[in-house]
Design a protein around this ligand. Structure first.
Ligand SMILES: NCc1[nH]cc(CCC(=O)O)c1CC(=O)O
Length: 308
């Protein structure tokens, strides 16, 4: 049977790069495909911080709707933008081999990092803001929204010293500056650097195709990170970082939740044998909750509800 797999994607340069990568892999395996670019609410509402929109999934919802209405067969997402709970009927079909997970600082001269002078750093992410303020308490963090290209332009236009990006995103669209600073101390977002392909649960044809693109280690690491996130957050947006790395038949996990101002944190570093990794994300989250994370999450919920 020959069928054309319709690939849904956002229309930013990064999203198109990611969807085209999936398309090329499927075509190489002999599948016929077509790209269906769609605008998301996250790309349209640019004047408010993400967390103030008060909804999760603003980057993915338009594609979910298109899939549920039968306009696309599969959708390609940056996995970190996908809510931990998928809509009913839509399921994970493949996690591609993950790229570099870290964040980088793009700047206009980095000497300010060695001085005590105040500086302004831009990011729209609560997680990046909290970790930056924790390390540089005298800096000011301003909100920065938009796709990667828009954010780079805003950095040039504004009087800020730097802005924070996922290295993977900048590399994919060949916009990583040579002097960008690699933030190896900043714990990334759960599933940062991973691409997720979803499909309708009932769509056997797409699942058979996508199973060939799945990378089991990336699938496991992102599952642990997202289980950690899901167990901690309970639907609220919070500064949460998580990274699971698989090496020598073991999983090494680091996870953290910060207060919004970055002053307080609850964290965990733990390893487990690969053969015992089932449920590890929840286990780590429960430990964090018991070690001050619960109190922090309650504070964040209160501050968030005061915002809305
Ligand atoms: N929230 C936007 C977003 N979603 C995924 C990436 C980059 C690629 C990735 O992390 O997988 C980015 C850009 C960024 O965070 O700078």
């Amino acid at each position: 049977m020959s069928k054309i797999i319709r690939i849904g994607t956002r229309d930013s340069e990064l999203a198109l790069w990611q969807a085209t990568t999936v398309q090329e892999k499927l075509e190489k395996l002999g599948y016929d495909t077509t790209l269906v670019p769609t605008k998301s609410m996250g790309d349209q509402v640019l004047d408010k911080p993400l967390y103030e929109l008060g909804v999760t999934g603003i980057f993915t919802k338009a594609l979910d709707v298109a899939m549920l209405q039968g306009q696309i067969d599969i959708a390609v997402h940056s996995m970190k933008d996908v809510p931990t709970q998928l809509p009913k009927g839509i399921v994970q079909a493949a996690v591609l081999e993950r790229a570099i997970t870290y964040d980088v600082l793009v700047h206009k001269g980095s000497s300010f990092l060695e001085s005590d002078a105040p500086a302004t750093i831009a990011t729209g992410s609560l997680r990046r803001k909290a970790q930056w303020l924790n390390r540089f308490p005298n800096h000011h963090v301003v909100d920065l929204r938009g796709n990667v290209n828009t954010r780079l332009i805003k950095l040039i236009e504004n009087d800020w010293q730097g802005a924070i990006f996922a290295q993977a995103g900048l590399e994919r669209i060949k916009l990583l500056p040579k002097d960008a600073i690699y933030l190896d101390w900043m714990i990334p977002a759960p599933a940062q650097g991973a691409m997720l392909v979803v499909a309708m649960e009932t769509d056997k044809y797409s699942h058979d195709a996508l199973a060939k693109l799945n990378d089991p280690d990336s699938e496991l690491a992102t599952k642990i990170e997202r289980d950690f996130l899901r167990t901690l957050e309970g639907g609220c947006t919070a500064p949460i970082g998580a990274l699971a790395q698989i090496k020598d038949q073991k999983v090494f996990f680091e996870g953290v939740v910060f207060s919004l101002d970055g002053k307080k944190k609850a964290e965990i570093k733990k390893e487990v044998k690969l053969s015992e990794a089932k449920g590890f994300g929840e286990v780590c989250a429960k430990e964090v909750l018991a070690n001050g994370g619960d109190k922090l999450m309650q504070e964040i919920r209160n501050e968030n509800s005061a915002l809305h």
